[in-house]
Design a protein around this ligand. Structure first.
Ligand code: ADP
Ligand code: ZN
Length: 222
């Protein structure tokens, strides 16, 4: 199954995608993670992308789209994939349609996560990520803390805060871009009849893991 994860920063996209990926074997393709890995490894792509990411701006399509197209050529995507962080604009969605059409593929499900804004900002500020690029586990100091402070449960590496998560300016910029450029994508996919909207919120006591479990049950039942 070919899935797109949608939702603003801090809604739990990465968490839900990670759980579904683990249970189905469909790779989680996070453009943000690929960029951060390239920045860490100081590749040319990483250097180029970093100037935009540090400011909370979108990386231009000339860099992002071929990177995703190449990733979708990998064999591990044959049975399915979960795109996390792409597409973010209507243009990217159209380019993705072209890429998939060439492969006789289509998007089967768009998981649209919604969370009240005050909750998402709190979550971004308390998010910590594993510094081991092969692991990339994410934690939340309040809702999902690691067993040992500052240490990843899964691999033992140090937990760090992403640079763009500690700058209020970068956070606001990203949320603004989400509202203006990414949110309209929900309608784009709604027309294709593939959107599944799920609220993730402590207010209704529904976390990412609950959403992932429900979706996995439905996928199995089909
Ligand atoms: P967040 O969703 O919290 O912004 P991500 O890890 O998804 O975090 O992305 C981090 C940064 O990487 C974004 O702010 C943006 O600069 C860049 N990025 C990720 N995905 C895309 C994309 N599809 N198009 C352009 N830039 C992207
Ligand atoms: Zn780890």
């Amino acid at each position: 199954m070919n899935i797109i994860m949608m939702g603003a920063q801090g809604t739990g996209k990465g968490t839900v995608a990670g759980i579904i990926s683990e249970k189905t074997g469909w790779p989680q393709i996070s453009t943000g993670d690929i960029f951060r890995k390239n920045i860490e490894e100081k590749t040319e792509l990483g250097e180029k992308a970093n100037t935009y990411i540090a400011k909370g701006e979108l990386v231009p399509d000339e860099i992002t789209v071929p990177m995703v197209a190449n990733r979708l050529n990998e064999k591990d995507t044959l049975d399915g994939f979960i795109l996390d962080g792409f597409p973010r604009t209507i243009e990217q969605a159209q380019k993705l349609d072209d890429i998939l059409k060439e492969k006789n593929k289509k998007i089967d499900m768009v998981i649209n996560l919604t969370t009240p804004r005050d909750e998402t900002i709190k979550r971004i500020l308390t998010r910590r990520v594993c510094s081991n690029q092969e692991c990339k586990a994410t934690y939340n100091l309040v809702m999902n803390p690691p067993k040992v402070e500052g240490i990843c449960d899964k691999c033992g590496a140090n937990l760090v805060q992403r640079k763009d998560d500690s700058s209020e300016e970068a956070i606001n910029k990203r949320l603004e871009i989400y509202d203006k450029q990414t949110r309209p994508l929900v309608d784009y996919y709604q027309e294709k009849g593939v959107v599944r909207t799920e609220e993730v919120s402590t207010r209704i006591n529904r976390l990412g893991i609950d959403v992932a479990t429900d979706i996995l049950n439905d996928i199995k039942g089909e």
